[in-house]
Design a protein around this ligand. Sequence first.
Ligand code: NAD
Length: 472
Amino acid sequence: MSNEQYSFFHNVERSFDKAAEFTKWDKGLLEQIKACNSVYRMRFPVKMDDGRIEVIEAYRVQHSQHKSPCKGGIRFSEAVDQDEVMALASLMTYKCAIVNVPFGGAKGGIKINPRNYSTYELEKITRRYTSELVKKNFIGPGIDVPAPDYGTGEREMAWIVDTYASLKPGEIDAAGCVTGKPVSQGGVRGRKEATGLGVFYGVREVCNMADRMKKLGLTPGVEGKRVVVQGLGNVGYHSAKFFREHGSIVIAIAEYEGAIFNLNGLNEEAVFQHRKSTGSILNFPGATNIVKSTDALELECDILIPAALENVINGNNADRIKAKIIGEAANGPLTPEADAILNKKGTLIVPDMYLNAGGVTVSYFEWLKNLSHVRYGRLEKRFTENMNSHILTQMESLTGKTVSDAERKFIMHGAEEVDLVHSGLEETMITATQEIIEIWDKNPEIPDMRTAAYVCAINKVAISYNELGIFP
Ligand code: NAD
């Protein structure tokens, strides 16, 4: 298909329409939910280090304001165009709705390859982009809150918050204008591992559903399940870590230079260190090399976690995938063709739309922290520890027994910020998984979990519009 014919946004609309058939909402309301409310396309000049002036093309799309503020990352990529930003903004609306994060969807993009620019040039581009957003009222803790995406990270978010705050002197909640900031600039602890941990919580919840596992010929629980992970980046590394820590066996890890396999299990940290020191994942002690990386996707396993790129499972390899469960950690790892083949085979595909929502969920916690101006746990940590200590002392004196030092330390522990963030994420992913599965269980006509997730999102956004009284 040529680029002219292909529209990512229309693809999202098609998935939406397929799911909308399983809802009872008015056609006009569905049209409103689908539409991108505001599209801001901008061009601005930036003087480069060599004195040249370059005109930068950038976007910010606010898909929905059914909840305020809007939220979504900013990507720096040469592939950025209006269609892509609109599609990603609409997916953000649905993602936030499913995980009960009270934001509308948005997305931003700057059409550059960040590797072609110096740090100083990138800073100028980011700061200018932010002031353009401020000028048009497209950013603010109550309006639209960006976050990192491809090609951006903590550094860019720190530039954004600094630019915003300097243009809005005295705005007490300025730190909440963007998330994914360094902790020293108002970021929250637990953000780095959030997406991988969310992937684990979501897949674990599915695995805990005995009837679903029975259909797949599996026993409940993640313990002992064989897992294959593609991509040892942020999301893949942390997914592998949490599966391993909870008793799963990570039998293979794939990177772009090849894959490694060990039926007894791989330790992601050891593999990461090996790759760092040798420059390749291959030749890891005790593991077998798989020279063609994508062959790892076709291994006999229970859970496959694609956590690298889009379209890695497609019409060419889908019928050879043996995993019973695919947890879509990456965005769009399956093509629609692969989706159809695997659904027909009975593979359970846990959809990206909500499974990789750990990042935005923890971003929501960061925004709440910024608005409350206090670190999570600061008020209650000591109180909890003192109370736990008191209870323990009472129990010991009543029973005449003492607990070990290790147990004492564990029981007394008052929650730190990171404990509360993980706990909030766990609750979010469990609830979202249960809500989607409940919708699917109630309507057996719904063909797959992805469609059930869309139905879940549509229902929530529609209810919200109705509550606003726009559609009496
Ligand atoms: P990352 O850049 O940290 O990691 C990606 C990894 O995949 C890298 O180690 C890279 O070497 C590897 N890779 C590249 N090509 C490969 C190939 N052909 N085969 C195997 N491995 C390959 O990125 P990330 O943040 O971990 O994101 C991974 C995916 O998860 C992306 O699709 C991203 O959109 C999605 N995602 C990320 C987050 C987040 O919070 N980081 C949130 C939601 C979704």
